[in-house]
Design a protein around this ligand. Structure first.
Ligand SMILES: C[S@@+](CC[C@H](N)C(=O)[O-])C[C@H]1O[C@@H](n2cnc3c(N)ncnc32)[C@H](O)[C@@H]1O
Length: 216
């Protein structure tokens, strides 16, 4: 079957990467719905809803987005009126039953959260199907996480994780959830110039890595 999906602004490298390398590994949204942690203005709600609309005869998914930023949430509500967008701290402010879904996304948000393990644990504990998320890690062999300024969102810091530490965390979480396995992983490299533009720090070697974890 061939479908034509029109997407608004797949502009950034990460969004293009998501559409080409991540989306094909995600389940159809279906009845179990989508939870989007750190949904911002709902860009990924637009993407997943277009996919749903094209593949499910016009049906839109049940979509629940959570974010702290009221302005972004207001844009999400106005652009995607079928979605449910709530103000909540995704690290500790969401009821467990609200986290239950067929697909849980956390896009471009782990890189500004200090802790990877706790939220990942909650995602795997409450998702009935698949989780997809991305974060930045350094590609210079560093064994330490680094906290950097983030010029585009000055109220947050950028967490550039060490690959080794991030792997340790992922392996620990997966060991507690043997029902999940890695369905796909993919990365794209940040140029040092782009990292410098984002953080003000020269010479950083970094990549953004996406993970799709699914239940058996
Ligand atoms: C870089 S934006 C990504 C937004 C969206 N996922 C996207 O890719 O377009 C990160 C988002 O995470 C939100 N955020 C950061 N920490 C959060 C927290 N503890 N609870 C809820 N939202 C948070 C920010 O407000 C921001 O909208």
């Amino acid at each position: 079957m061939s479908v034509s999906i029109q997407l608004a602004d797949p502009g950034t490298a990460n969004r293009r990467h998501f559409i080409q390398q991540v989306l094909p590994f995600l389940p159809l949204p279906g009845e179990q719905g989508i939870v989007d942690l750190g949904c911002g203005d709902g860009y990924y709600c637009g993407v997943l809803s277009e996919v749903s609309r094209a593949l499910l005869g016009g049906r839109l998914p049940v979509y629940r987005g959570f974010d702290l930023d009221e302005e972004a949430l207001a844009r999400a509500r106005s652009e995607h009126p079928h979605g449910e967008f709530q103000r909540a701290d995704i690290t500790n402010g969401i009821a467990e039953d609200a986290l239950a879904s067929g697909l849980t996304l956390c896009c471009e948000t782990f890189s500004i959260l200090p802790d990877l393990e706790e939220l990942l644990e909650r995602m795997l504990s409450h998702t009935r199907g698949t989780v997809a998320f991305d974060f930045l890690w350094s590609t210079d062999g560093s064994t330490e996480d680094r906290v950097l300024p983030l010029r585009v969102l000055p109220s947050f810091s950028y967490h550039l994780r060490s690959q080794r530490r991030a792997f340790d965390i992922l392996l620990r979480v997966l060991a507690r959830h043997p029902e999940f396995h890695v369905r796909n992983t993919s990365t794209w490299a940040f140029s040092p110039a782009a990292m410098e533009e984002f953080t003000g720090e020269p010479g950083l070697q970094a990549a953004n890595v996406w993970w799709v974890l699914g239940r058996d």
